[in-house]
Ligand binder design. Structure first.
Ligand SMILES: [Zn+2]
Length: 317
């Protein structure tokens, strides 16, 4: 077996076993684990660069799921490898995701909207610092994976128009009825307003089975004058105190990839986007280029040593 980069007991298989056994969520964890084992895991090349060599980081996630997190030796992207299959992800999000997260079957949409509004406020503050600030009011905003629509509700007075889509039927119903937003049940928008437009992808890309394919698909919806705003949870923020400095809390069954500023920039280039702005949060503003792919390079920061650096910030090691 490959030597694990994070060598402490808490990052291994046995700890994961004990974690899921003693968890207050043990019943749902059992059901979800059976599901991904039934579908089978997928040995595939790196989703960013196609590389086949990885370094093993960790053998369990925050819930004790026995999935390996690995870093690609070629591009430095951290990802679940072997990966869970797309069919598994579809069933997981439909039937298990909310309950695993919240331990509840019913969803408190009012609370979700409150959190989404805070995100929306933060996104607007970020956009104010970019070159899009002056033209924000002229943009039609389209959010993919908008849930109940709190982010769009925050944007609606600041932009020309807002609309959204999500596969969560209940969330869409809530946003339409309670917030009177233009929402539809769909993965991608089925109708688009005239340009210029700002597409939003908030905490979606890390969940998608093939983020490069998703980015290319979104680009087909865009005109040269449009923007794509993306946020994903940045792995380097763990060193700054997110997830209480604990990479194991950050590693999550639902996260197919764990991006840094460097790997998000590389992914954007691979999908043919120019990066206007990107930070380690990871929050980014992109524009489609006329090229199918732009040159990219590995960031010097995306290394196994960086993973060890992040882990070294954890208290009480
Ligand atoms: Zn790679």
């Amino acid at each position: 077996m490959a030597q694990r980069l994070l060598r402490q007991f808490r990052y291994g298989r046995t700890f994961a076993f004990l974690r899921r056994l003693t968890s207050s969520r043990s019943k749902i964890i059992r059901a979800v684990r059976k599901l991904y084992r039934d579908y089978g895991l997928e040995n595939r090349p790196c989703v960013l660069c196609g590389g086949r060599e990885f370094t093993l980081i960790c053998e369990g996630d925050r819930y004790g799921f026995d999935l390996d997190k690995q870093i690609c030796d070629h591009c430095g992207l951290v990802q679940t490898s072997p990966a869970v299959k797309k069919d598994f992800l579809d069933v997981f999000y439909r039937d298990h995701y909310r309950r695993l997260y919240t331990k509840r079957n019913d969803v408190d949409h009012a609370r979700l909207v409150h959190e989404q509004r805070q995100k929306g406020e933060r996104f607007l503050a970020y956009l104010e610092t970019t070159s899009v600030a002056a033209s924000l009011k002229d943009l039609a905003v389209i959010e993919m994976g908008c849930s109940s629509g709190g982010i769009l509700d925050e944007f609606r007075t600041r932009c020309r128009s807002v609309q959204g889509c999500d596969l969560d039927i209940e969330a869409i119903r809530y946003g339409k009825e309670q917030l009177e937003l233009d929402l539809e049940v769909a993965e991608f928008p089925t109708h688009l307003p005239d340009g210029p437009r700002l597409f939003i992808l908030s905490h979606v890309l890390e969940h998608t089975h093939d983020p490069l394919a998703s980015m290319k698909q979104i680009k087909t919806l865009m005109a040269a004058e449009d923007y794509l705003f993306i946020e994903v949870p940045g792995i380097n923020m763990v060193a700054e105190g997110d997830y209480k400095h604990d990479l194991k809390s950050y590693f999550h069954l639902a996260h197919v990839c764990d991006f840094s500023e460097g790997t998000l920039r590389a992914l954007a280039a691979r999908a043919g986007y120019e990066v206007i702005s990107c930070n380690e949060t990871v929050t980014a503003l992109l524009r489609p280029s006329s090229e199918a792919e732009l040159p990219w390079q590995r960031s010097e920061k995306d290394t196994p040593e960086n993973i060890l650096r992040i882990d070294a910030t954890r208290k009480g090691r």
